[in-house]
Design a protein around this ligand. Structure first.
Ligand SMILES: [Zn+2]
Ligand SMILES: [Zn+2]
Length: 456
């Protein structure tokens, strides 16, 4: 019987073996930031890296998505087994327009690689049966890459799915938090009017920008009546017709991109019709026609309690802060942000801790411009390796302990029942506008119905 200490020592060693290569991969992605669906460089360096790891079978451009990929490892001891315990990991890759890697997905990318490689090596060294699936998941910042991959069966057969995300700083200490996130629905509202000369013949125009203005105001007024924790935020984008130098043409088109957030999918279904009425009212008031489309739908994270305990225990065994204090995992943290990994957590028991970046200042949070600098620091790299070590040890426990798998499934089923997940999803699909066509080059996926997510 292998002791936890032997696994701890081995996993730390495997990650140290590849830490310099991981640093190069992380910085290469960091220095060439790419927005969602355009992560071509990240796709290349990550798949090249995984191709060099013993036993991993790499698929590039997976699931009909140009920048998605997978790397799958099956241990020698699992070759003739009927049922192979399987763990999933995720590597995000996309950056934010104009801000670079201000969400630290360069660190998430290598955390996925580090955890997957260390888990695979342990399976081989200790002759354990198991499978590791690492997914390269595009477009987390709004495109819903994981939601699409989920519909295309990328997460099929996993007993549990894990990933990491960097967070803020905690007094310079290493550590992590197990967060709940918000549920978000992206809505695109396009107003169509009639353009005309703003000075000579304004009476002939139907002003689409006015419609956007009225909708913006209506939503702003609605906010006072919204429950605490509800957020409605958006932008107005123009069309090519908008005069770049002078406002001489009354706009015939205006598009509003909105995010509607609540703490749960159940309450999101109540919010959506109230916001849609603001768009509809603005169209009526101005005489514009209105086109409504749903964009991404990210469900709130359902974190697995049993997996969180394993992660915290592994981190505490392996790591201490520089002052000797043990690695602290805050078990009930909260964020108003959202992730497409929430959809995965409705599908399979899941864990998504956010680890501290020791040198992040108080205002140095994901999506702040300063955060892109922090995600390149050596201390942030070290924080990623420590959290990845704990994540790989969590994975090993899932793969080697039927008791943990049973406990995890039981907790997950009870959790989904407690939030009435099935009914909540049904309600959401009733109130959401139609979606756009499926992303990807094959027509084989026309049957997709937006189950737990939608097409961008
Ligand atoms: Zn982000
Ligand atoms: Zn992020």
């Amino acid at each position: 019987m292998v002791s936890a200490h032997e696994y701890d020592e081995a996993v730390q060693r495997y990650i140290r073996d590849i830490e310099d290569d991981l640093r190069k991969v992380s910085m290469s992605i960091h220095d060439r930031p790419e927005v969602g669906w355009e992560e071509y460089h990240a796709h290349k360096v990550l798949t090249d890296f995984m191709d060099k790891q013993d036993g991993f079978k790499v698929t590039r451009h997976a699931y009909d998505l140009e920048t998605a990929w997978s790397a799958v490892f099956t241990s020698s001891a699992a070759e003739n087994a009927k049922q192979v315990p399987t763990i999933g990991f995720n590597s995000e890759m996309d950056a934010l327009k104009g801000l670079g890697h201000a969400c630290g997905h360069n660190l998430i990318a290598i955390a996925g690689c580090a955890s997957a490689v260390a888990t695979a090596r342990a399976l081989e060294e200790f002759s354990l049966p198991g499978r590791v699936i690492l997914l390269g998941t595009p477009a987390e910042e709004g495109g819903g890459g994981k939601a699409i991959m989920l519909e295309r069966d990328a997460y099929k057969g996993m007993d549990a799915c894990l990933m990491l995300h960097p967070g803020g700083g905690q007094d310079g200490k290493h550590g992590a938090g197990v967060i709940t996130s918000n549920c978000i629905s992206g809505i695109k509202a396009t107003f169509h009017g009639v353009s005309s000369h703003a000075g000579a013949t304004p009476e002939l125009a139907v002003n689409a920008l006015d419609a956007a203005f009225v909708a913006y105001s209506a939503i702003s007024a609605l906010r006072q009546q919204l429950a605490p924790g509800t957020k409605v935020h958006g932008i107005i984008t123009g069309s090519d017709e908008w005069s770049p130098n002078e406002p001489i043409v009354i706009p015939s088109k205006a598009t509003m991109l909105y995010g509607l957030r609540t703490e749960s999918s159940f309450t999101l279904a109540d919010l959506i019709p109230r916001v849609l009425r603001c768009f509809e009212g603005a169209a009526t008031a101005t005489g514009c026609s209105l086109e409504l489309e749903r964009e991404h739908l990210y469900l709130e994270l359902r974190q697995s309690g049993p997996l969180a305990k394993e992660f915290a225990a592994a981190a505490a065994r392996c790591w201490h802060s520089d002052d000797g204090e043990s690695y602290h995992v805050e078990m009930h943290a909260k964020t108003g942000a959202s992730t497409d990994f929430g959809n995965v957590s409705y599908h399979v028991p899941a864990l998504h801790p956010m680890f501290n970046l020791p040198e992040a200042g108080p205002k140095d949070q994901p999506h702040a411009a300063s955060y892109a600098k922090t995600t390149a620091l050596p201390s942030s790299h070290e924080a990623t390796l420590r959290a990845s070590t704990a994540l790989a040890l969590t994975a090993l426990k899932v793969l080697t302990s039927k008791d943990l798998r049973d406990e995890m499934y039981k907790a997950w089923k009870e959790d989904l029942k407690a939030i009435d997940a099935e009914h909540a999803i049904e309600r959401l699909h009733k109130v959401l506008p139609e979606k756009q066509g499926a992303r990807g080059k094959s027509s084989d996926h026309d049957h997709e119905d937006g189950h737990f997510g939608c097409q961008h």
